[in-house]
Design a protein around this ligand. Sequence first.
Ligand code: SF4
Length: 438
Amino acid sequence: MKIALIDVPYRNRESINKDVNGGYGTITSVGNSPFARLIEYMKKSNVKLPLISFGYLAAIFSKKGFDVYFKTNENLAPDTNIVIIYGSMVGSKSEIEFAKKLKKRYPDCSIGFIGPFPSSKPELFIEHCDFIINGEPEQVALNATEKWKPEGIIKSKFVEDLDSLPFPKWDIFPHSKFSYFPVIKEKPFSVIQSSRGCSFSCGYYCPYVAAQGNKLRHRSISSVIEEIKYLKRKFNVKGFLFRDPLFSSNIKRAGDIAQAIIDNNLNVKWACETRLDLLNKSLIDLFYAAGLRSINVGIESQDEEVLRKSQRKSIKKVHQEEIISYCDKKGIKISAFYMLGLESDTKKSIMKTINYAKKLNTHVAQFTITTPIPGTPFYEDFKDKVTTNDFEKYSNYNLVFEHSNLSEKELMKLKEKAFVSYYFRPRYMFSFFKRMFF
Ligand code: SF4
């Protein structure tokens, strides 16, 4: 059995980060001014994250003795039986075109898609391919045999026991290019997923919950530590990112992982994503001692009422500010995410959010536009208000639904203003150089 895993290039670019945004992918788009273009360029060129589900599939297939390889073009190896294309939302048009061409060229091959977007919108893909794996693809892969010929929409369940999966097999991918610069400078760099799922109410709009469900699934600490050791042994990895939606969802467990990294002298630098109300100073001290150097956090909006209406549990501002300032003093870089155009946002509330972002003055600030993502309850509730079915526009940087208070033009202007006025400030520039070089 020979299987190709394909990440289809997006337009003239080598690849886009399809693993982010819950696996739906995103393409940063800041605006049209020269300053906006510069910010866009900086953000696009430095982060290269692998598709974690491809890493797991490669490991599962190769453990079964199948010949599995990775490609970004149409030239398949002779006798390939199955092609699995990663289906993103932002690159969906190019991916479907690619599948059509491939089918013409290799009619005997079974060609299909995986990914949360094809899972939530299979009707867009199925007439152009032979199969779609709907759900986490590992379960279906675990049951594959030498005679496997996938067809139609194949339902795949969540993997309940994440420890039962082999470690992702990165050696068939361009692993030397994996990068999370500048927040993690150490290379070789890789990714680890220690848990899946999230039970917070913001799952209403969150793509991670659409893809991974609202039930937390944690790997054992020993399995996580063994994977770090394996990455160090095999690839000499010095830095990595935990690809968990909420790394400290269980504060004790997260602390135990950090303690085990210290006890095993793993000497790595790492980053994670979590909520600020799941962090405290002693946990941060422990994380730092274990090599944590960067945290991604969602602030979304400064307005508690706006957050409440979007089903996001707000976090006390005094706690947010205290934790961010504590991390900054320790040398932990914070990337803060803001959502502009939440359902009840107004121009005034957005301006306050932008000013609040400047007050927090984190190393990275990402201003996205609220997007109803297929597979989320938010999308179901707003189905009748979406203004386009061109899903390449659902990149989190365009307005794709009728907003009650803001036009598309207003929001795009506010987004550009947010980025440019945030990054081109003397206080930010001073902090940037201090954080990077001192
Ligand atoms: S806490 Fe984060 S990961 Fe969890 S549902 Fe909310 S936005 Fe998603």
